[in-house]
Ligand binder design. Structure first.
Ligand code: GLU
Length: 414
């Protein structure tokens, strides 16, 4: 049978397994196998050349039994309905794993921001907020950054929402610039969360970060900050990649130089000759492999050639279910995406709390709170994987789905 590379159906498969293992009946799965709401919007936007283009966007709200839904908005040519639905389900899992009072949501717009001007991006961002304004809000559904969206886009969206709401509404969206109510530490939060997971996993495997060989696939927000954190902690980052290729140096790369030369979309390898491919990068022998780029990178095709002790998934869905099983059989410790990449939404939650109380924390306070949340989530998942003899992905789904399943039951929905 061909391997399942469909993120939506493979997510459903693991949710079903997780709920069954916890003893929930079919009705709970029926509720959780799809988002409760999915809004599709079409947005006419005036382009710089005077023409009008109509863009399509989505907002999915998976489950709001625990509290408002929460999750980013991605701007990408490959966005589609199924991807947004799967990503909203992952947000429920992430929020459950780090124990936030939220359910999962996600949005996306089919567009290529790399070819758009700032003016066009601003008009599109504002049009999206107008289009989804009735179903979002600080106590309903709180957007945030995701692939190819950033704090400037969050600022335009917050401003547009505040005009509609006729009220300054910083709690409508997270990932804002600091002067507009953003949180210290939010920009680096995803990479910070991945780093904490790496430290915990390395501890379990008796690997010292000092001198550990690290390979990072992807040099976007998560990948680039992570490479820097690992480098600063004394690890040897021996290979990194972007969408165009990979570079490798067994003695460790000069990460500060690469960060300095990277463009805002994370491209840097085009400056080098003799680059490797992304699939060659994955097979480099190392201690810690961090896929921080796109989905379906470690599959049944290449899993047996993976040469790492620990894999920490900073991207969404980089490893297929078949590959997950094989890695587990080979005793390679896999820290799944829904746990490893939960640092972003955790600090988004802190940002929302600070907006609600109007009192702001220092970066040290934020990092300390983040560390506590991620360490406790990691240990909960790790211990459950051992006590129930399941792989880390299934254990993470069990921890992640439990809160929404229970809340839905208490509310009398199922
Ligand atoms: N887009 C990020 C994620 O997928 C962050 C979501 C948020 O901060 O709400 O986890």
């Amino acid at each position: 049978m061909a391997e399942n590379l469909n993120l939506f159906t493979s997510t459903q498969e693991v949710i079903r397994e997780a709920l069954t293992k916890m003893g929930y009946d079919e009705s709970v799965y029926e509720l959780m196998k799809e988002p409760l709401r999915l809004l599709t919007v079409r947005m006419p936007v005036r382009m710089d050349d005077g023409t009008t283009r109509v863009f399509t966007g989505y907002r999915a709200q998976h489950n709001d039994s625990v509290g408002p839904t929460k999750g980013g908005v991605r701007f990408h040519p490959d966005v589609d309905e199924e991807e947004v639905k799967a990503l909203s389900m992952w947000m429920t899992l992430k929020c459950g794993i780090v124990d936030l009072p939220y359910g999962g949501g996600k949005g996306g717009i089919i567009c290529d921001p790399r070819t758009m001007s700032m003016g066009e991006l601003e008009r599109l961002s504002r049009a999206y907020v107008r289009a989804i304004s009735q179903i979002v809000g600080p106590t309903k559904d709180i957007p945030a950054p995701d692939v190819y969206t950033n704090s400037q886009i969050m600022a335009w969206m917050m401003d547009e929402y505040s005009r509609i709401d006729e009220f300054n509404s910083p709690g409508f969206i997270t990932g804002k610039p600091i002067v507009l109510g953003g949180s210290q530490g939010r920009e680096k939060a995803t990479a910070q969360g991945v780093t904490i997971c790496i430290e915990q996993a390395a501890k379990k495997r008796g690997i010292s970060i000092q001198g550990a060989r690290v390979v990072v696939q992807g040099f976007g927000n998560a990948g680039s900050f992570l490479a820097k954190f690992m480098h600063d902690a004394g690890a040897k980052v021996i290979a990194i990649s972007d969408a165009h290729g990979a570079i490798h140096d067994p003695n460790g790369l000069d990460i500060d130089y690469l960060l300095d030369r990277r463009d805002s979309f994370g491209t840097v390898t085009t400056l080098f000759e003799n680059t490797l491919t992304n699939s060659e990068l994955l097979e480099i022998e190392c201690d810690i492999l961090v896929p921080a780029a796109v989905s379906n990178q470690i599959t049944a095709q290449n899993v047996d050639r993976i040469n790492a002790s620990i894999i920490v998934e900073a991207a969404n869905g980089p490893t297929t279910l078949e590959a997950t099983k094989r890695l587990n059989e080979r005793d390679i410790l896999l820290v799944p995406d829904v746990l490893a990449s939960a640092g972003g939404v955790t600090v988004s939650y802190f940002e929302w709390v600070q907006n609600n109380q109007g009192y702001y924390w220092t970066e040290e306070e934020v990092n300390e709170k983040l560390e506590k949340k991620i360490v406790s989530a990691f240990n909960q998942v790790y211990d459950l994987a051992h006590s129930r003899k399941v792989n880390m992905r299934l254990a993470a789904y069990m921890v992640g789905a439990r809160k929404s399943a229970e809340a839905s039951k208490f509310r009398g929905w199922v």
